[in-house]
Design a protein around this ligand. Sequence first.
Ligand SMILES: Cc1cc2nc3c(=O)[nH]c(=O)nc-3n(C[C@H](O)[C@H](O)[C@H](O)COP(=O)(O)OP(=O)(O)OC[C@H]3O[C@@H](n4cnc5c(N)ncnc54)[C@H](O)[C@@H]3O)c2cc1C
Ligand code: SF4
Ligand code: SF4
Length: 373
Amino acid sequence: PKKVVVVGGGDTSIDVASVARRLGHIKTINPKDHPDGLIIGHTAQDVSTALAKEGADVTLTSLFPVESMTAAEHEVQDAMREGVRILGNVMPIEVIRDESGRATALKMSGCTVEGNRPIPKEGTEFTLEADIIVAAIGQLGDLEGLEALDNGRGFIDADKFYQVPGRPGHFVIGDIVRPHLLTTAIGQASIAVDSVDHYLKHEELVKRPKVDVHHFNLLQKLKEAGLEPESCPTGELRGTSELECAVHNYEDRSAQEIIPADKLFLAHFEYTPRIKRKEIGPSAEEVIGHFEERFVGFTDEEAQAEANRCMSCGMCFECDNCVIFCPQDAVYRVPKDKSTTGRYVATDYTRCIGCHICSDVCPTGYIDMGMGE
Ligand SMILES: Cc1cc2nc3c(=O)[nH]c(=O)nc-3n(C[C@H](O)[C@H](O)[C@H](O)COP(=O)(O)OP(=O)(O)OC[C@H]3O[C@@H](n4cnc5c(N)ncnc54)[C@H](O)[C@@H]3O)c2cc1C
Ligand code: SF4
Ligand code: SF4
């Protein structure tokens, strides 16, 4: 299509408008009509498509002023630089069709927005010609055959386990719960698969910790590494502090949360500036057929350098500071054949005098000591 009108104002509308500019308008021309003999060595079809692309005239219309559109601001700026025309404070009022019923234009009006309701401004009507009109203004599910799961608004409700409330064994995630992002859908799916696993094993669905990506289950880690404590003798046990089987002898810091910067020992870290990705957005003249990312991805070296800036907030990154600085030699490295994630160092409490030095020099805040309260 030569004239594209996108009605929207959010991320989806910006994507549609930008892609329309990149695709351009493809006019079918006969390669032999082309004057300059460039077709030698190419198939006729390659040439006819490559040479016949013209810029599409792409207009995006938004109810809100351009600066308050919900789309990410840098994407709005990129789209404008690439030649998308954005009209703010306007609303569509009528689709104009030809005799065959095909849409040929959109009648628009200037508008103000009260709450979320657009109010047309009288006397500001105008027409936008269009070969195609794309409405990017929200979505809902097609629940044909799944009516019983419809929450009445074209979506499906989910509880915190991503199970449909009142419907054991029915799990749901993603846009059909609430249109959002791919990353949201993937995060929800990772919780839902656990829920499904528990459900199939007839286990109770367990609530997940708030910051679950930084938590690990020490016992589970020990099991994975084949270091599971042997089962303890049954009956009443006393003086278990030396027993290998007693899990409380394994320092379990798995509940450690991500911690704020003021709890890190920042002096340990050198200042390392962030590596920013380069932007190579094309201009309006260069955009047709340009399908490179606007942001250039990191090279392997850059990605590794960025990852190396991680300060491991709240997690042990095996720096040995606590082992080195403990005046009592109470902190020791767990022997390799017994260590797992989160169990790199352990403390011999018969030597510890509670001086807090290990906690002070731990760069990541992993050693969390109370004041005896
Ligand atoms: C233009 C656009 C740009 C976007 N850009 C981004 C972005 O940059 N980053 C980001 O994180 N997110 C982005 N999103 C949002 C992201 O695409 C969605 O949030 C994500 O795809 C949702 O995943 P989902 O699995 O829930 O649904 P979908 O990806 O929509 O998958 C649902 C699937 O179910 C199928 N289906 C529907 N009904 C039935 C049925 N009855 N039976 C069987 N199958 C059925 C559909 O065909 C579809 O394949 C964008 C969305 C759009 C539209
Ligand atoms: S509190 Fe002091 S003595 Fe105890 S383990 Fe830490 S550094 Fe060593
Ligand atoms: S607990 Fe802290 S100081 Fe000790 S090795 Fe781990 S990160 Fe380093």
